[in-house]
Design a protein around this ligand. Structure first.
Ligand code: NAD
Length: 362
């Protein structure tokens, strides 16, 4: 066996209420005294409760968070960081993305308090968007030094967004089995991530989902992006919503790659507690009320050729199933129509239907 694995640095503090009770000590631990707080204006009430104990340490606040970090947002956040010695971000991937944009140019340390399951807080990946095109890169300076996971914060996510975000994390795990830098360590994290996220999706416990999100983000950071993330990235650039797009596309990509990735299907099925990984994942997304097709998210039929062409150009060469010869275009068509579920149970199917019989049991 031969593999490489870049273990990433970072401190994790996990616990209900930790954002209220442990943040001040974590900021002291970094020696920071003039913190730039980044949090969406939408979350102001929640954020005030968390930041009250920080007393005079918050020197400035930036609230104009936007999805996919437009360059103008990054510039404004960087301007707000003048004089700061650390960045504290409280929010979802968009908020953490703004903090990463600041760290990219200022090299300031980040303390992240995630409020969704997207996983950006444990990756060194930054993203910026301009004129509908999203650029991403990797820089260790944007990897948060400390992450405070507090399940009390994700408990306020609307159920539909919570499920989509958890399935965004699930996508990190599923893809980690065939992504370009996959290795035995990332696969262990991914399999456990699938198990914990599936449990959280069934029991609705934010602590399970947040622990799964950490495992998922860590697996993704180690293994990298494959077909699923490349496709979701192109769709995100066209304006589709991040978490819901991942959730909708994932069963289609797993069904596409399943034949070429027995390790993925075996380990995902085991983690889901079912015989068939694809049927098990579909049962989970159906139960969560995830749309089966991208047309329900607003993607138009006349955009499918462009989506397939742009994705095909960036899919890793060792994707387990070849994407050439029109195969990727057919996958995009199925993902748009929401087709390919034949024989699977719908959300209202009877308990004796095939996919329910194959649905996760634990
Ligand atoms: P988001 O941060 O855009 O949040 C989605 C919505 O949920 C927002 O309206 C937000 O205000 C609301 N919200 C967040 N937390 C909430 C809570 N606890 N209660 C109620 N409402 C809440 O969505 P996201 O899916 O977390 O992040 C998406 C962005 O993150 C995308 O730009 C994506 O590219 C990026 N991302 C980056 C990485 C990376 O490694 N760089 C990884 C994952 C996602």
């Amino acid at each position: 066996m031969h593999f490489t694995y870049d273990a990433l640095p970072g401190r994790v503090v996990f616990g209900a209420g930790a954002a209220r009770t442990e943040l001040a000590a974590e900021i002291d631990r970094l020696g920071a005294t003039r913190v730039l707080l980044i949090a969406s204006e939408r979350d102001a009430g929640r954020v005030r409760i968390i930041t009250d104990p920080l007393a005079g340490r918050v020197a400035a606040t930036f609230t104009a968070v936007r999805e996919h970090v437009p360059v103008a947002t990054a510039d404004a956040a960087r301007a707000a960081a003048v004089g700061a010695d650390a960045v504290l971000c409280i929010g979802g991937g968009s908020t953490i993305g703004a903090a990463k944009a600041v760290a990219l140019t200022t090299r300031l340390p980040i303390v992240a308090v995630p409020t969704t399951y997207a996983g950006s807080e444990v990756t060194p990946i930054w993203g910026l968007s301009e004129d509908g095109v999203k650029t991403t890169g990797v820089d260790l300076a944007v990897l948060p030094r400390t992450v405070v996971y507090d399940p009390e914060l994700t408990a306020t996510l609307p159920p539909e967004l919570a499920a989509a975000s958890a399935l965004n994390a699930m996508a990190h795990c599923v893809e980690a089995f065939w992504a370009p830098r996959r290795n035995p360590v990332s696969s262990v994290l991914a399999e456990e991530g699938v198990r914990v996220l599936a449990a959280g999706l069934r029991d609705g416990d934010p602590a399970d989902l947040l622990r799964g999100a950490y495992l998922a983000g860590t697996a993704f950071a180690a293994a990298g992006s494959g077909l699923h993330h490349k496709l979701a990235h192109v769709l995100g650039g066209l304006g589709l919503p991040h978490a819901r797009t991942h959730a909708t596309v994932l069963p289609h990509v797993l069904a596409f790659n399943a034949a070429g990735s027995p390790e993925a299907t075996t380990r995902i099925a085991r983690a889901l507690g079912c015989a068939d990984a694809v049927a098990g994942l579909r049962a989970l997304t159906d139960a969560a009320g995830v749309p089966r097709g991208l047309r329900e998210l607003g993607l138009r039929a006349d955009q499918l050729d462009e989506v397939a062409a742009r994705t095909e150009a960036v899919v890793p060469a060792d994707n387990p199933v070849p994407v050439g010869g029109g195969a990727l275009r057919r996958l995009v068509q199925l993902a748009w129509e929401g087709a390919g579920w034949e024989g699977a149970a719908g959300p209202t199917a009877s308990a004796s239907s095939p996919a329910v019989a194959d649905a996760p049991t634990r």
